[in-house]
Design a protein around this ligand. Structure first.
Ligand SMILES: Cc1cc2nc3c(=O)[nH]c(=O)nc-3n(C[C@H](O)[C@H](O)[C@H](O)COP(=O)(O)OP(=O)(O)OC[C@H]3O[C@@H](n4cnc5c(N)ncnc54)[C@H](O)[C@@H]3O)c2cc1C
Length: 400
């Protein structure tokens, strides 16, 4: 299955991607992390502060999976609104989950601040607007739920939206506490940092489970084996465990990065912008003055589309940007399409395998994959120390 197709933007922002070693001998570790994307990088960084001897194996090169297609919005608000979660899960669980996501954005900022080199992490508010008049009530409910539970949120009527952004929409909420990042830079910096604290990252090392030796798992890669007490699958949308398969949908999504714009005078705080319609359109700016926009999701999982289709959807996304900001002279310089995984209940899959002790998953399915992966890295690390939040663990349990 191809995870993405087209011309990606982030890989071109990395001047010297870090290279990692090849697996040339048998290894033993406390924790084996499988995967070399955002989830693996965040787990590696988290574990690098513990006593666990940790090895990361990536079958290709790091940061080349779906993380390379990630548009880099870091939002605590979910594709599913807080008031909808409250309806499904009850108030306590829903609020706990939303607060954990907000904390994860704060923690991403803290980690980014410790890394040597650029990550493109910048705090931004989010503008979440009603796509139609019918959605205004939904946004009002969301404003009330967020406000009641202490999230920093403003309700904007159409006049205020026009004043701050220049375009017309029936209503919006502006949430504070979100951020943007360059996902590829973040992954490279996280692995480099983890390596300075003794984590080893192997590239071109595809592994398969090959049995057990007492309590430990044996994985093989080519002629070599890795013996691990615990294993975390950070394999994204490619290697999905059986139970998760029943609870997840794989779709494909499109994104573009435009030519640079000189200035964004009417785009207040260069907020992350998204909407209530499903599938939704969203956009953000980049440090070098481009606009990244995405959406047009389709219920097909393989990202292998024709060049004509990529071209056509690139044009459609430019048109959507211009509906908001008609004065920008922009072209789509980068256009890509990628597989995108979502869970049916809006929650990621983080925690132990339902039957195999010692096997764990950190699968941040959903539009907030990075935030979920950070939340997952911390939760798993706390599980290994037996000091985790039991209720959060039950909520995100892959065997739920
Ligand atoms: C178009 C698009 C836009 C997105 N926008 C956002 C956004 O704005 N914000 C956000 O937070 N999230 C976003 N996401 C989601 C985000 O990209 C993902 O949640 C996240 O990147 C997944 O990271 P990962 O590490 O789980 O997976 P990946 O990056 O795919 O990494 C998994 C890795 O595992 C490796 N692997 C698999 N099997 C094996 C094996 N057997 N042995 C060794 N290695 C193996 C693969 O080679 C791969 O590199 C977006 C996704 C898409 C597609």
């Amino acid at each position: 299955m191809s995870l993405h197709k087209g011309k990606l933007y982030w890989p071109e922002t990395i001047e010297a991607p870090s290279k990692h070693r090849s697996l040339e001998s048998d290894q033993t570790c406390d924790v084996l992390i499988i995967g070399g994307g955002m989830a693996a990088a965040l787990c590696a960084e988290e574990l690098s502060h513990t006593r666990f001897k940790t090895i990361v194996v990536e079958k290709g090169e790091v940061a080349k999976g779906s993380s390379a297609a990630n548009t880099g919005l870091l939002q605590f608000s979910n594709d599913k609104m807080l008031h909808e979660f409250i309806k499904d899960l009850g108030e306590e669980k829903a609020v706990r989950f939303y607060k954990s996501c907000l904390e994860a954005v704060d923690e991403l900022q803290q980690v980014a601040g410790t890394l040597a080199g650029e990550t493109g992490f910048i705090r931004r508010p989010s503008l979440y607007y009603a796509s139609t008049e019918e959605d205004v009530n939904k946004l009002k409910k969301e404003y009330e739920a967020l406000h009641e539970h202490g999230f920093e949120v403003e309700y904007l009527d159409s006049e205020k939206i026009k004043e701050r952004f220049g375009f017309e929409k029936p209503a919006a909420i502006m949430t504070h506490g979100d951020a943007e990042v360059n996902p590829n830079q973040l992954i490279h910096r996280l692995f480099e940092s983890a390596e300075t604290r003794g984590i080893t990252v192997y590239e071109n090392a595809e592994v398969q489970e090959a049995g057990r030796d007492g309590e430990a798992y044996i994985f093989t890669s080519g002629d070599h084996s890795i013996r691990a007490e615990r294993v975390i699958y950070c394999t994204g949308y490619e290697t999905i465990p059986y139970r998760v398969k029943d609870l997840a949908d794989l779709n494909r999504s499109y994104a573009i990065a435009t030519s640079p714009v000189a200035d964004f005078p009417e785009w207040t705080y260069r907020a992350l912008i998204w909407e209530t319609k499903r599938p939704y359109f969203y956009m953000r700016t980049t440090e070098d003055g481009r606009i990244i926009a995405g959406g047009l999701d389709e219920e097909k999982m393989d990202a292998d589309v024709t060049d004509e289709k990529l071209e056509r959807n690139g044009d459609r996304l430019i048109k959507r940007i211009k509906e908001h900001f008609p004065d920008y002279e922009i072209q789509a310089e980068y256009k890509w399409c990628a597989t995108f995984g979502e869970s049916e209940d809006g929650l990621p899959f983080i925690g132990p395998h339902p039957e195999k002790e010692g096997i764990y998953y950190c699968l941040g399915f959903g539009g907030n994959g990075t935030v979920y992966s950070k939340l997952g890295a911390k939760l798993l690390c706390e599980m290994f120390h037996e000091e985790h939040d039991q209720e959060l663990a039950e909520l995100l349990d892959p065997g739920r």
